[in-house]
Design a protein around this ligand. Structure first.
Ligand code: NCD
Length: 335
């Protein structure tokens, strides 16, 4: 695809070459993401960061990525103080807010609404998550992380064995990730969820018709055996009709030190899009795993910066200008 001026709405837009190109740009962004260098390549540009659902990582990392490229960020993140509560439509919001920005990231609770927003926007729109549908940039940073974690262990992405665990019905990150994994026909996937929260059949079919081996299970201890990566997720409480319904599924699959050492192959990498639900009744990944070097969740979140910088640089067509407008940092870098 041509990234210049494009909307990023779904992983369906990409082919494997697109993803690899984006990852090579993300690698070039690493020195900026880790504050070895600064660039002003987007000096004067404005990101409209519109988050109509709760978010920490996606919102802040989009904003930070734009700042790290030298651009400015304008946020709309409190629905109750926006004109949406006065009944403003998505299409009018798109017409208005795109007049104030050079690019927009938007998260919306309703599936498909980001596409509608993009139809009426005058600037490129990036989907920061639309309902339970898709979360394309999270899936890109997840695949980027999978690739790096496996490279560090001299393992081959094309033969990945991955267990994807949790709320696979409502989890938008896993919907997008499963489609990206489908670029690699020799991957085997175990989808572990309560029966009621299983992966939508169209996505299972998508993977199977791409050649992947897909096993569906509700048995956590079995599903996490003999895989390279466990990608676990939170029960998406906000998508259930009542909190009581969500509570029925919380705490079913808890990964902790004991379970890990009993059931996982050595060096199994643990990922999660975050936030992990750390309430005792949920606790997908116990704090007792935090000292395990195979817990990749914080590296995964960090990778969001470089990947999102790459997306902005490609969409706004500044990849080739980054080096020329770069400098060393002036301050002490403590990370
Ligand atoms: C995810 C999301 O919002 O879909 N979070 C994120 O963006 N990293 C996952 C979740 O909220 O459980």
């Amino acid at each position: 695809m041509n990234f210049i001026g494009a909307n990023i709405l779904s992983v369906d837009q990409f082919n494997l070459d697109d993803v690899n190109t984006l990852f090579s740009v993300a690698e070039k962004m690493q020195p900026y993401a880790t504050r070895e260098k600064v660039t002003k390549v987007l000096d004067g540009a404005i990101l409209g960061n519109i988050f109509l659902e709760s978010s920490t990582r996606t919102r802040v990392s989009f904003g930070s990525a734009f700042n790290l490229l030298g651009g400015h960020v304008r946020e709309t993140s409190d629905v109750s103080s926006s004109a949406f509560v006065k009944g403003e439509s998505v299409r009018d919001a798109a017409r208005i807010l795109s007049g104030y920005s050079d690019v927009i990231c938007i998260r919306h609770p309703k599936s498909g609404s980001v596409n509608e927003f993009a139809d009426f926007s005058r600037v490129p729109v990036i989907n920061g998550g639309d309902g339970s549908n898709e979360h394309p940039t999270q899936a890109l940073l997840d695949l980027f992380t999978i690739k790096k974690e496996l490279e560090n262990k001299n393992r081959d992405l094309s033969k990945l064995r991955i267990a994807i665990v949790g709320d696979l019905l409502f989890g938008r990150t896993v919907h997008s990730l499963c489609k990206l994994l489908s670029f690699y026909p020799n991957i085997s996937v175990v989808l572990v969820s309560p029966d009621r929260l299983s992966m939508p059949t169209d996505i299972v079919e998508y993977m199977r018709s791409a050649g992947l081996s897909v096993c569906i299970s509700n048995n956590f201890n079995e599903g996490i055996k003999n895989v390279d990566i466990i990608y676990t997720t939170r029960i998406q409480e906000e998508r259930f009709e009542t909190k009581e319904q969500a509570a029925l599924y919380r705490g079913k699959f808890i990964l902790n030190k004991d379970i890990y050492s009993k059931h996982c192959a050595p060096e199994t990498v643990v990922m999660h899009p975050l936030p992990r639900d750390s309430r005792p009744e949920a606790n997908e990944i116990d704090f007792d795993l935090d000292s395990n070097p195979n817990l990749a969740i914080f590296r995964q979140a960090d990778n969001g910066i470089a990947v999102r910088m790459a997306i902005f640089a490609m969409v706004l067509d500044v990849v080739n200008q980054i080096e020329t407008s770069s400098a060393k940092v002036n301050w002490h870098v403590s990370r």
